[in-house]
Ligand binder design. Structure first.
Ligand code: ACO
Length: 334
């Protein structure tokens, strides 16, 4: 195990999902699909949809307040706020700055991080570096998405998959040997076209024409992403474990990105993990990109499923293409 000056870990977690529930049966009235197809191919039964006047920051702030309360940390103690999202309220300013203002986190630096569904594991790894080096003592990492605003409700290949929500974690110093023990981050931009919003930035600015062609909404080659994901999810956890010479049998809990139950089952199999050790939310919330892992983590923590000392592996993959994992020794008492 590498010797560190300070150990960075999770002090508290929180999450929020919008009230509106969209079931598979509801979707079958909008596009040519069925509860049977969606359940069998994805494991998703329902998802949450943000209200018309609810943006990513509105979801994020509720998750953040809940995480701060759980951690017993006040906003003015925060040194850093990282918001992991691909659905920021606006391109400029960052959603992190909106959260900084709304929380009243006066001394916090704030920025958004774009790594799609791998975002939260990326964000946790980045924030932990500031804590371990002693530069900062408290950071807030949020994964938040209002993906429903970017869904083509006429495309059955994508509209059944996504949902909205936010999860957050407060990061700070923990006892020696606890907290974020290792991480693995990766990218392969050659697969960038597999998941994209073609008209969303300076390459093809949004215009009447691009809106008419639905180019301002999510486009995905599901099969390509599926093939990439089944390998990436297990491999990135193995790489994180190798860095600390930890055998995979030591993992007590897998908290995976929740895109598709078949991808999760395949990752669990690669890691020889029984499904009762895998935290699942995919059936009730669907794929909320960067929000999936922190919501699953916060929900499981609120249900007191983790005990102090448990080894938790977070594993994500997503647009970019990106992948990321973290190995955490849980430092909180139940
Ligand atoms: N209802 C009914 N039929 C459908 C639906 C639907 N909602 N969607 C697709 N079909 C049809 C297709 O048209 C196709 O019909 P055809 O054979 O007549 O052409 C058939 O079902 C099979 O389609 P496939 O694409 O082969 O289905 P597959 O088993 O691959 O499942 C899925 C599709 C669920 C999208 C899967 O490929 C997947 O989960 N991919 C990964 C997606 C992912 O993980 N994205 C995460 C990243 S997102 C991010 O980073 C923001």
């Amino acid at each position: 195990m590498t010797l560190k000056k300070n150990y960075a870990g999770i002090l508290g977690t929180g999450f929020y999902v919008p009230e509106k529930i969209l079931t598979n049966d509801d979707l079958s009235k909008i596009v040519d699909t069925s509860d049977e197809w969606i359940t069998e191919r994805t494991g998703i039964k329902e998802r949450r949809i943000a209200a018309d006047d609810e943006a990513t920051s509105d979801l994020a702030i509720k998750a953040a307040e809940s995480a701060l309360k759980d951690a017993g940390v006040t906003p003015d103690e925060l040194d850093l706020i990282v918001v992991c999202t691909l659905t920021s309220d606006r391109i400029v300013p960052s959603t992190a700055c909106m959260i900084q203002h709304r929380l009243g986190a006066k001394k916090a630096a704030a920025f958004d991080l774009s790594a799609a569904c791998s975002g939260f594991a990326y964000g946790l790894s980045v924030a932990s570096q500031f804590i371990e080096t002693g530069v900062y003592s408290k950071a807030l990492v949020i994964g938040a998405e209002a993906l429903s605003k970017y869904i083509n409700w006429e495309d059955r290949n994508t509209c059944v998959l996504f949902g909205d929500g936010a999860g957050a974690a407060v990061i700070g110093n923990v006892e020696e040997g606890y907290g974020i023990l290792s991480f693995d981050l990766g990218s392969d931009g050659s697969g960038g076209d597999a998941i994209q919003i073609p008209s969303s930035g300076s390459r093809l600015p949004v215009s009447k024409e691009t809106i008419d062609q639905r180019l301002n909404l999510i486009h995905m080659n599901g099969k390509d992403v599926f093939k990439f994901a089944v390998k990436a999810m297990g491999n990135t956890v193995k790489h994180s474990l190798e860095k600390i010479d930890m055998p995979q049998e030591k993992i007590d809990w897998l908290v995976p990105h929740q895109a598709n139950i078949r991808i999760i089952q395949s990752a669990a199999k690669r890691l020889d993990m029984p499904m009762d050790k895998v935290i699942l939310t995919v059936q009730k919330y669907g794929n909320m990109s960067a929000a999936c892992i922190p919501i699953a983590l916060a929900e499981a923590a609120s249900e007191k499923r983790f005990k102090k000392g448990d080894i938790i592996a977070l594993s994500g993959f997503g647009a970019g293409l990106t992948w990321a994992s973290c190995i955490i020794r849980w430092s909180k008492d139940n």
